[in-house]
Ligand binder design. Structure first.
Ligand code: GRF
Length: 201
């Protein structure tokens, strides 16, 4: 059984999707062993308590420098003994040291069909661009912003009259399906990176 640590900064609905998938048997090869958050007000903490998952708070604002914050985050990540770290709405960019140390073991969910629309407000960017198809991407994390080998993607149609909210909600439903699947694949040892691309075994 692999150990999965989730990093989340806010609402935590993707974190919840992982918890639910473990309960329903959609994730069988791993279990969520810790939530790491940078935000003491994150609703994800409430979800963790309900699921009896321990929480580590690493609040950026309480550190004198970015380096000290990264030192503490890397320490907390090591202590989890997790096989996989899932960024599920984690709003801080991980430093190079962390990405390097846990290379190939950090996964991120992004609400766009990467490499289109990286960064913040991906759904708004997609709407403003007039795309007809939008979606979500689960990828392994490298040193870039929302780059790294793509594990899974799912798409949704953009509908006439869609707002940022309505499109985000439709994409979110897919995120909740896509992320647990990717976690299960990782925990089953079925994700292999070859030439910078993911091959699902
Ligand atoms: C999701 O849209 C995710 O793709 C993005 O941040 C949002 C987090 O939502 N990275 P939640 O906290 O999981 O509900």
């Amino acid at each position: 059984m692999k150990l999965v640590a989730v990093l989340a900064s806010g609402r935590g609905s993707n974190f919840q999707a992982i918890i639910d998938a473990t309960r329903s048997g959609d994730i069988t090869a791993g279990r969520c062993s810790r939530l790491i958050t940078d935000n003491p007000g994150a609703y994800a903490i409430v979800r963790a308590k309900e699921a009896e998952i321990p929480v580590s708070l690493v609040d950026y604002r309480t550190f004198p420098s970015r380096d000290r914050y990264e030192d503490q985050l890397i320490r907390v990540m090591r202590e989890t003994d997790a096989d996989l770290f899932v960024l599920a709405g984690y709003m801080r960019i991980l430093g190079k040291g962390i990405v390097h140390e846990f290379s190939g073991r950090i996964m991120n969910i992004h609400p766009a069909l990467l490499p289109s629309f990286p960064g913040l407000h991906a759904q708004r960017q997609a709407l403003e661009c007039g795309v007809k198809v939008a979606g979500c991407t689960v990828h392994l994390v490298d040193e870039g912003m929302d780059t790294g080998p793509i594990v899974l993607q799912e798409c949704v149609q953009v509908i006439e009259g869609d707002t940022e909210e309505s499109l985000s909600e439709r994409i979110l439903q897919r995120e909740h399906r896509c992320l647990p699947r990717a976690v299960q694949l990782f925990c089953e040892g079925r994700i292999r990176v070859e030439d910078g691309r993911v091959r699902i075994l």
